[in-house]
Design a protein around this ligand. Structure first.
Ligand code: CU
Length: 463
C-alpha cells in the first residue's frame, strides 16, 4: 500500500471552473489508500474516497452550484468524473476533454452546477492500461444523487447499492452475463469473423454490493408492508451484470437517473458497467431473501446482500428468476416525444483479437482512438447515432455531458427513454438520438476500462 501524504497539500493555480481560492468547499473528496473488509478475513487494499470504497453518497440540489475540492493523497495524477451530469469539459474529469488532472499529492477545486436530477455517480477516469491498481479498477467510485424539485414519492427506505468486483486479474476466458442482452437475430454479425485467438481480458472472482460480500456485515432489515426505493449502480470496470431479489418483483421507475416513460414490474434487472436502475419494491413476502447476481457462482463469490424481514430467522433463500432477455424498449413509449434527427452518425465497433498473452485492440469506425475530425457536431442540431456492434460481447457505451434518447435496439423501436449509457447487444445494434447542446469536447467510450484503454473511445468536437 502507498503512503498518504501528511499535512496540507499544495494548492494549484486557477483555471475556468477550476481553482483553489474562496470559502470552504461544499464537498471534499480525498483520494487515498483504503482497505475494504469484504468479509471476515478478506480485506482488500485499494484506493478510495474519504477513507471508504464506495465513497460517500453525495447529495446535491439540481441547479445549485457547488464547489468540490479534490485532494489527491496518492502517488499518481487522478481525475474525478461526474457520470451523467450536464457540465462543461473543464470540470468533467476527463483527460481527453482537457479537464485538468489533480496531480499526485496536490489538491484542486472544481465548481459545477449539478444536473439533471436523479442518480448520477462519480468515479476515477484515469487510464489504467495494464495496471490493475489504477483508474476504475480501484475503489474510486460513489453515488451522487441530484435532488430535483419533483416529489420523490413515498418510500419507507431508500437504499444506494453499488454492484462491484475486486482483485481483478488477466484471463484468457471471460464469463459474463451478456447472453441476457438478447435472443434475437444477430443483425451485425460479420459474414466472416476474425478468427485469430483471443487476447487477455480482465476478470474477477471477488464481488460485493457496496463494501460487503454476500452474507457478511448487516443484512438489509425491512418490515412487511414497507416500500423500498433502491438505486442500483453497476460500478464494475469489467462486466455487465444481472441482479434479482428472490421472492420479489421490482418496479423499474428510472434508468441512469432519468424517470422511464413506462415503469414495468420485472423479475430481474440487467446493469451494464456504468448504468443505474432505480426500482420500487413492495415488501410483501416475509422471509429472509438473497438480493444478488442471478449466477450462483457470482453469489458464492460475494455478489449479493441479505434482505431480512423483521421477526424471521431462517436461512437466506434464493430463487432463480425466469431467464428473460433484457429489453430497454419496454420502458419507453411508442410515440416519438422529440423532433426527428437532422443528421445520422454511424459508429461501427470491431475487435482485433491479439492472440494469447496480449491485449485485444478495439476499433470505432475502423480505427482505435484517436480519430481526426470525423466526429464534429454542429451546435443545436439533433443527431442520430447508429451503433453497430460487430463483436461477440455486449458493450456499455457511454457519452459524456449529453443525454441520449433510445430509439431502437435490434430494430425494435421505442422513444422517450433517456440514458447516458446504453448496452449495445453482442452482434447487435442500438440507435440513440441526442441534441448537440453542450459545446466542448465530448468523450464517447465503452465503459469497460480495458476496452476503453485499448482503443474503444472517440472524441466528439463542436464545430
Ligand atoms: Cu466494451
Amino acid at each position: 500500500m502507498g503512503h498518504a501524504a501528511a499535512g496540507p497539500l499544495p494548492l494549484l493555480a486557477q483555471a475556468a471552473g477550476v481553482g483553489t481560492a474562496g470559502p470552504p468547499a461544499d464537498y471534499t473528496l480525498r483520494i487515498a489508500p483504503v482497505t475494504v473488509e469484504l468479509d471476515r478475513g478478506h480485506i482488500v487494499s485499494t484506493v478510495g474516497y474519504n477513507g471508504t470504497a464506495p465513497g460517500p453518497v453525495l447529495r446535491m440540489k439540481e441547479g445549485k452550484p457547488v464547489t468540490v475540492e479534490v485532494v489527491n493523497a496518492t502517488d499518481t495524477p487522478e481525475l474525478v468524473h461526474w457520470h451523467g451530469m450536464l457540465i462543461p469539459p473543464e470540470v468533467d474529469g476527463t483527460e481527453e476533454e482537457g479537464s485538468p488532472f489533480v496531480p499526485a499529492h496536490s489538491r484542486r477545486r472544481f465548481q459545477l452546477t449539478p444536473g439533471p436530477a436523479g442518480s448520477r455517480w462519480y468515479h476515477s477516469h484515469a487510464m489504467a492500461m495494464d495496471d490493475l491498481h489504477k483508474g476504475a479498477y480501484t475503489g474510486q467510485f460513489g453515488f451522487v444523487y441530484v435532488e430535483g424539485a419533483s416529489n420523490p414519492g413515498q418510500y419507507d427506505q431508500e437504499l444506494f447499492l453499488a454492484v462491484r468486483d475486486w482483485e481483478p486479474f488477466f484471463t484468457g476466458s471471460m464469463d459474463d452475463d451478456d447472453d441476457y442482452t438478447h435472443d434475437g437475430p444477430l443483425l451485425e454479425k460479420p459474414a466472416t469473423m476474425n478468427t485469430a485467438p483471443n487476447g487477455l481480458e480482465v476478470g474477477s472472482m471477488t464481488y460485493s454490493i457496496n463494501d460487503k460480500a454476500l452474507g457478511s456485515g448487516d443484512p438489509i432489515r425491512i418490515r412487511e408492508g414497507q416500500r423500498l426505493l433502491v438505486h442500483f449502480l453497476n460500478a464494475s470496470a469489467l462486466e455487465n451484470r444481472r441482479i434479482a431479489l428472490a421472492g420479489h418483483k421490482m418496479k423499474v421507475i428510472a434508468m441512469d437517473g432519468n424517470p422511464v416513460p413506462t415503469p414495468q414490474l420485472v423479475d430481474s434487472i440487467f446493469l451494464g458497467a456504468g448504468e443505474r436502475v432505480d426500482v420500487e419494491i413492495d415488501m410483501n413476502n416475509p422471509g429472509i431473501w438473497v438480493l444478488g447476481s442471478t449466477e450462483k457462482m457470482l453469489r458464492d463469490s460475494g455478489l449479493g446482500a441479505v434482505v431480512e424481514y423483521a421477526g424471521q430467522h431462517q436461512q437466506p433463500k434464493w430463487v432463480d428468476p425466469p431467464r428473460i432477455p433484457w429489453d430497454y424498449t419496454i420502458f419507453g413509449t411508442a410515440n416519438a416525444t422529440s423532433s426527428e434527427p437532422q443528421q445520422t452518425i454511424e459508429l461501427t465497433f470491431e475487435k482485433i483479437p491479439s492472440g494469447e498473452g496480449k491485449f485485444n485492440m478495439w476499433l470505432v469506425n475502423g480505427k482505435p482512438y484517436p480519430h481526426q475530425n470525423e466526429l464534429t457536431l454542429q451546435k443545436g442540431v439533433r443527431y442520430r447515432l447508429v451503433m453497430r456492434n460487430r463483436t461477440d460481447d455486449a458493450h456499455p457505451m457511454h457519452m459524456h455531458r449529453h443525454l441520449w434518447e433510445v430509439r431502437s435496439v435490434n430494430d425494435k423501436k421505442t422513444a422517450g427513454l433517456i440514458k447516458d449509457t446504453v448496452v449495445v447487444p453482442y452482434f447487435g445494434r442500438a440507435v440513440v438520438d441526442f441534441t448537440a447542446d453542450q459545446p466542448g469536447l465530448t468523450l464517447f467510450h465503452c465503459h469497460i476500462q480495458q476496452h476503453m484503454d485499448y482503443g474503444f473511445k472517440a472524441l466528439f468536437k463542436y464545430a
